[in-house]
Design a protein around this ligand. Structure first.
Ligand code: PLP
Ligand code: COI
Length: 342
């Protein structure tokens, strides 16, 4: 779609084609030179490992425009690192982290007309993927891979935006088990969450809160975002045990709560019972797409907890202002998280 035909002020989180993508191939044990090419389809063997056995990983990042019109990225080095951690779990060859960041900058620059204006609140979402595109029959890693980075202009992930979402705790479905692939950003983790998400949406909820697969008692995450709660005045989030995605927003929010708000932070097991108790005063979820989304209510069967009359809580608002302020350079970037594209 041509940039001039896009209404940047009314974007959702939907696929829109932009002009240019970045492509690199891995053959005979090495990654080739990456290049910018027009966005478009490519041929793939029906025997490709990604098509048969789901050997693929991805990342999610955003390029934001500041008030001064600069285009910036948020902690891209963290995405480069996580891409390789996911690659390691899926037996995908690693990709040089500096080259990755340079590639992201190049593809954003090539699509800069698609970066929404600062006052729209939108972003140019960056989606790097690596797929095993070489053919294989037995279950084994592909011999050939393709890394593609494409971009899509987006608005808020949850249409409710900062108003708060209604979530349902699932006792029926789990997302990841110990020893599995929960911590990796692999395509397979998401395919299995579509049916639970569809079912909960039909009941009026925005998403599911997944519990741990062993006890079905401790909160893991929200399917596309990490979970946080303010309990006894402390900021608590599920600890990283290998079943949840180590979110970059999660990591940043923990640092901001501790260093900027002086809060006690806890990475620990959070039982679902706790969120129904009065000592749990706020809840929200975090992610690149979700940013910081307040949780208005949590439901489990007949039990429902509404937070703060559905208004975003005080800590949630403070953290949102801090994070988004730093991300758009409206607040001082003390920690050196923001990287300019040009
Ligand atoms: N959990 C899952 C399953 C996700 O898909 C995401 C999004 O990337 C997150 C958490 C949040 O991670 P991040 O803050 O790095 O975007
Ligand atoms: C992100 O927040 O970047 C994600 O990848 C979440 C979702 C769109 C899969």
């Amino acid at each position: 779609m041509k940039a001039e035909d896009i209404d940047f002020y009314n974007l959702g989180f939907e696929f829109i084609e932009t002009e240019t993508m970045y492509v690199v191939d891995y053959k005979e044990g090495t990654w080739s030179e990456g290049k910018l090419v027009p966005f478009g389809s490519f041929e793939i063997s029906p025997g490709a490992c990604i098509l048969n056995y789901g050997q693929g990983i991805f990342e999610g990042m955003k390029a934001l425009k500041t008030k001064d019109g600069e285009i910036v990225l948020f902690r891209p080095g963290e995405n480069a690192k996580r891409l390789n951690e996911s690659a390691e779990r899926m037996l995908i060859p690693s990709y040089d982290e500096e080259t990755f960041i340079e590639a992201v900058k190049q593809v954003v620059k090539a699509n800069k007309q698609y970066v929404p204006p600062a006052d729209s609140g939108g972003a140019l979402y960056i989606r790097p993927i690596i797929i095993g595109n070489g053919p294989i029959l037995g279950v084994a890693p592909a011999k050939e891979y393709k890394l593609i980075i494409f971009t899509v202009p987006v608005g808020p992930y949850f249409p409710e935006g900062f108003k708060g979402i209604d979530l349902e705790i699932s006792l029926k479905y789990t997302r990841a088990a110990p020893g599995g692939t929960g911590y990796a950003k692999t395509c397979c983790n998401y395919a299995g969450t579509m049916k639970p998400a569809k079912e909960t949406k039909e009941k009026g909820f925005a998403q599911i809160i997944y519990l741990d697969a062993v006890h079905k008692r401790y909160i893991d995450e929200v399917g596309t975002a990490n979970f946080f709660a303010v309990i006894d005045g402390k900021l608590a989030t599920p600890k990283l045990t290998g079943t949840i995605l180590p979110g970059i927003t999660r990591k940043s929010v923990l640092e901001l709560a501790s260093r900027e708000l002086g809060m006690d932070i806890e990475e620990r097991d959070i039982s679902y019972e706790e969120v129904f108790e009065d000592r749990c005063t706020e809840a929200f979820c975090t992610g690149t797409a979700a940013v910081i989304t307040p949780i208005a209510s949590i439901t489990l069967n007949e039990k429902k907890r509404v937070f703060n009359n559905r208004e975003p809580g005080e800590i949630t608002v403070k953290l949102y202002d801090l994070l988004t302020g730093i991300q758009r350079l409206e607040k001082e970037d003390k920690y050196g998280w923001v990287v300019k594209v040009e």
